[in-house]
Design a protein around this ligand. Sequence first.
Ligand SMILES: Nc1ncnc2c1ncn2[C@@H]1O[C@H](COP(=O)(O)OP(=O)(O)O)[C@@H](O)[C@H]1O
Ligand SMILES: [Mg+2]
Length: 381
Amino acid sequence: MNVVEHLRDRLSQVRDPELGASIVELGMVGEISVDSAGHTTVQVALTTAGCPLRSQIERDVREAALSLSEVSSVELVMGVLDARAKADLMKRARTIAQERAPFTSIPLQTPVLMIASGKGGVGKSSVSANLAVALAKEGLTVGVLDADIWGFSLSRLLGIEGEVQARGGKMQPLERRFGDGSIRLLSMGLLANEDEALMWRGLIVQKAVAQFIEDADWSGIDYMLIDTPPGTGDIVMTLARLLPQMGQVVVTTPARAAQRVAARSADFARKSNIRVLGVIENMSALTCSCGERHALFGSGAGRALSEELGVSFLGEIPLSPAISAASDEGEPAVVHENGDGPFTRLARRIVDDVAPRAGAQGCSARMLDSINRALREAPQS
Ligand SMILES: Nc1ncnc2c1ncn2[C@@H]1O[C@H](COP(=O)(O)OP(=O)(O)O)[C@@H](O)[C@H]1O
Ligand SMILES: [Mg+2]
């Protein structure tokens, strides 16, 4: 592949947040040029000029382009699709939606965030649990899939236990309310005991994970969070195949060594065409009651990694005894965060900025309506 092809490939990871499909597949990316110094120009045509999601798409395109080492700067030439191109785009969007729809009860427009790190013990599960609860406290319904088959922990962390029932041949995730919203959880921990799960390998595990997506009823969720086991490419690939909208959020600790491992996991994601949405630094400096900061695990790796990957730095979660203590009680620490705390801020950042909820701001979705109307009214050519 030459640079331009490479770049187009990278840009195919950028999705129109409302149509849920790749902007390349949708025909929104026009000419691309890269000069010998890496200065890059990309033409992007939007559905409408005043699209509220414009800045998000611009930023995503910029990030995706800059994630290639051959690209040093990006100039975006933004345009608007003409009526015919819009009609084409909507047709393509509908076909893509139809082709992919039968697989799962999770619409392409529902943001899916995979929490990954490359190694265990950095707090993926703690971040998943607390972030899920923070999103629920914002009034959202959050699907949580614990895809860590061997090291499942989310039922304990979230205090959700019980027997998974099937209705209409579909597993029903177990639900618990938090604030105005709720969490719906499926985890191997709810289905099998630890010894059984430990005996599973390879294909069986991939099948189990696929069933959690295909044979479960996730209808009605606003977000989906997936906690993944470290270093398991196969599971991630299975998830990516079933959930093409899935993006990866990388968790690292402040230590340089953790940064390197996390970078590998992001690299794997990109090679598998999974978008990297941002970096969270967990176990950041602890501020004691005397006001002094203690950076027990070093500092700065999260921000450095986000810069290295050319993605957003989503925030720091301080090392806090409350986080580990609370999780043992099935009551994630964020339950006690009122209004403003690291997980609440993280949740808001995700809703406002990183992965806005489908239809929340409406430009393509509204447009789909008007295009359908126009097509019905226009004389067939
Ligand atoms: N910010 C934090 N402050 C204090 N302890 C934490 C924090 N994040 C995670 N922990 C603790 O670190 C350990 C590993 O976290 P866990 O979420 O299980 O990591 P992973 O899922 O990446 O293996 C757990 O005992 C957890 O309670
Ligand atoms: Mg874990």
